[in-house]
Design a protein around this ligand. Structure first.
Ligand code: C5J
Length: 221
């Protein structure tokens, strides 16, 4: 066991059972002209965490610990996109509409790709997911079971949507989860702050939080 100085109390990391889960670091959320921007969001805060997520990836790769990436995207025929998701609100573009990075949130389009600085390496599974939670309608649980993973260090975007939903799904499935505070971001600073607080409240009711430096110190230790 390796101890990570986490909140609300130290996280005992088991090197034989831990993986890094990187959620939706896609051009559609992080670059201008994508899905996130179509909803009226400023993507600059999300761009700012890319170097920190890259450093975490490097630390896990150096330590030869497993890494899994996710992407929120839909089949080109949108058969896995419920009308309630596509038709909601008044965005400038809807899921499946053509934009500057191809069709919004559609698998195979440039916008659905993970940003080049965080590109998955061979051997790192990439899970495409149609919803916010990475366990819903995906093979993620089987992929983690096959690798004997029971602990997840989580990074990615956005904190209160896909990251929090996935962390709650993982917690309910028996995983110990630690969210990396400066390797996750929201379009809404107050939502990020509230999410970090609610995750670690009540004795880590959903999980732990720590900084990337604290995680990397334990991994490189
Ligand atoms: C959103 C996500 N925010 N990856 N997706 O719609 O958090």
């Amino acid at each position: 066991m390796t101890t990570i100085a986490a909140e609300p109390f130290p996280f005992e990391m088991d090197r034989r059972a831990v993986a890094l889960l990187v959620i939706d670091m896609q051009r559609d959320f992080i670059e201008p002209g994508g899905f996130g921007a179509s909803l009226g969001n400023d993507v600059a805060p999300l761009q700012a965490i890319v170097p920190t997520v890259a450093a975490l990836l490097q630390a896990f790769r150096r330590a030869r610990l497993p890494i899994v990436h996710t992407r929120e995207c839909h089949r080109p025929d949108l058969s896995d996109c419920p009308p309630s998701k596509r038709d909601r609100g008044q965005p400038s573009l809807r899921i499946g509409d053509p934009g500057p990075m191809g069709r919004l949130l559609v698998a195979g389009e440039p916008g659905a790709q993970i940003v080049p600085a965080l590109a998955p390496r061979p051997g790192e599974p990439v899970i495409d997911k149609p919803g916010k939670g990475a366990f819903t309608r995906t093979p993620l649980e089987v992929v983690l079971a096959d690798a004997e993973v029971r602990q997840l260090v989580i990074a990615g975007v956005t904190t209160e949507v896909c990251v929090q939903t996935t962390m709650r799904e993982a917690n309910d499935r028996g995983f110990d989860c630690l969210l990396v505070e400066d390797a996750t971001e929201s379009y809404f600073p107050e939502f990020k702050r509230a999410t970090l607080e609610m995750i670690r409240a009540q004795g880590a009711i959903v999980g732990w939080t720590a900084t990337a430096a604290q995680v990397m110190e334990a991994i490189d230790g």
